[in-house]
Ligand binder design. Structure first.
Ligand SMILES: Cc1cc2nc3c(=O)[nH]c(=O)nc-3n(C[C@H](O)[C@H](O)[C@H](O)COP(=O)(O)OP(=O)(O)OC[C@H]3O[C@@H](n4cnc5c(N)ncnc54)[C@H](O)[C@@H]3O)c2cc1C
Length: 372
């Protein structure tokens, strides 16, 4: 046996690391088993938004859960610093979804109305602002911009620092991080669980499956059905520029060092993480409509990565009924939800009542009975 702990977490990306850190804060001994650099990893290729507006259209619990994570974020960032984490460059100064043309303005307006009318959605303070107000905030926007929706709760972090900080803080709290531990099988073992990996066999009292898109094939081994699939996104980075983006956008942000990061593409490309030049052209042309000043900006870097996507785009949180003590956690906004995963979801794993508390996020929602 290569190791034994209160909880085994399979996957050391943003989700597994946030949960492991939260479990360790509660005093649990935790081992993270991570495949390593060869794995598909959304956590190393994302955009860094802690984004609230627009989250939960169709699932009010997701809207309030996202808002909860946002509210927990500054304490979460400070907590990691106390445990040897690093500054994650958290900024929560609000964000904009710019509208191009009248139709896009009306669509955003309608989305706000629809979300507001959902019972139990909580308040996200999102409102429409007109083109003049947008130009006062963002003098460099182009003539096609007709307005924006604004929420004071949107923010961003440096996503790589977030992952590093989680790893450092978790390890300071005693979490054991085993890299090169591709988990090949997981199974109930007496009153706990056993994981067979490339780095040996590990045992834990509880098991958290947080391996991103690999949850799809790992979770059924303990009686869970997690129908996630990959969704490819591209990101482009410009050279450093003068300050042109005083506020964060859903599809572009200027970092502290002056580069503009942009992209918000969604493609069904299977497990292919290569760059699609046609998609890059589309994204670049689009951003120039928002900011004509970017027309001659040089692109210095680009990449693609795979999101972890449920059929309806919402998180899936589930404890196995046939193997209680085994949990599967999947979501497509692991940066945004990191604070809630660490400070709320992880303690619930230890306390019990997971499926009741997170009933709205259960994978049962995808199971339609033949009678229905
Ligand atoms: C282009 C792009 C932009 C994004 N932008 C944002 C954003 O702005 N804001 C936001 O909130 N979210 C964003 N996301 C989503 C966010 O990155 C993901 O929700 C998050 O990274 C998911 O984390 P994860 O740990 O579930 O999965 P992953 O990051 O994929 O990590 C999975 C981990 O599991 C390990 N693993 C896999 N299989 C095994 C196995 N068999 N055994 C052991 N370990 C295994 C891997 O090594 C990896 O470390 C974006 C994603 C993409 C692709």
């Amino acid at each position: 046996m290569a190791g034994s702990s209160d909880v085994i977490v399979v996957g050391g990306g943003l989700v597994g690391s946030a949960v492991a850190y939260g479990l360790a804060r509660e005093g649990a001994s935790v081992t993270i088993l991570d495949e390593g650099d060869v794995a598909f990893r959304a956590s190393r290729g994302n955009f860094g938004l802690v984004w609230v507006q627009g989250k939960g259209d169709g699932m009010p619990d997701y809207a309030s859960w996202t808002r909860r994570s946002k509210d927990l974020y500054s304490g979460f960032a400070e907590g990691m610093l106390e445990h040897n984490g690093r500054d994650i460059e958290l900024k929560q100064e609000g964000g904009l979804e710019l509208c191009l043309g009248e139709e896009s303005f009306r669509e955003n307006e309608e989305e706000i109305r629809r979300m507001h009318n959902q019972p139990g959605v909580g308040e996200n303070d999102r409102r429409m602002i007109d083109a003049d107000e947008v130009r006062r905030i963002m003098p460099f926007v182009g003539p096609e911009v007709t307005g924006a929706s604004f929420s004071p709760h949107d923010g961003h972090v440096n996503p790589l620092y977030l992952l590093r900080s989680l790893h450092a803080a978790a390890q300071q709290l005693g979490v054991r991080y085993v890299s090169g531990a591709r988990t090949l099988s997981i199974a109930k073992d007496g009153d706990g669980f056993r994981a067979e990996t490339g780095a040996g066999t590990f045992r834990g009292g509880k098991l958290v499956i947080a391996a991103g898109i690999a949850n799809k094939w790992l979770a059924p081994m303990v009686g869970l059905d997690i129908p996630v699939k990959p969704n490819r996104g591209h990101i482009l980075i410009t050279e450093r520029m003068q300050p042109i983006m005083p506020m964060l956008l859903v599809n572009a942000r200027q970092t502290a060092d002056g580069t503009i990061n942009f992209g918000n593409s969604h493609e069904d490309a299977g497990y292919d993480t290569s760059i699609n030049p046609t998609k890059l052209g589309e994204i670049a042309r689009n951003v120039v409509r928002y900011f004509p000043i970017l027309k001659n900006a040089r692109i210095v870097r680009t990449w693609s990565a795979l999101r972890v996507m449920a059929p309806d785009g919402f998180p899936i949180y589930r404890e196995s009924e046939t193997a209680p003590g085994a949990f599967s956690i999947s979501c497509h906004s692991g940066v945004t939800l990191a604070a809630a995963h660490a400070l709320d979801l992880a303690p619930t794993i230890l306390k019990g009542g997971f499926n009741e508390r997170f009933a709205a996020f259960s994978s049962e929602r995808f199971h339609v009975s033949p009678a229905a």
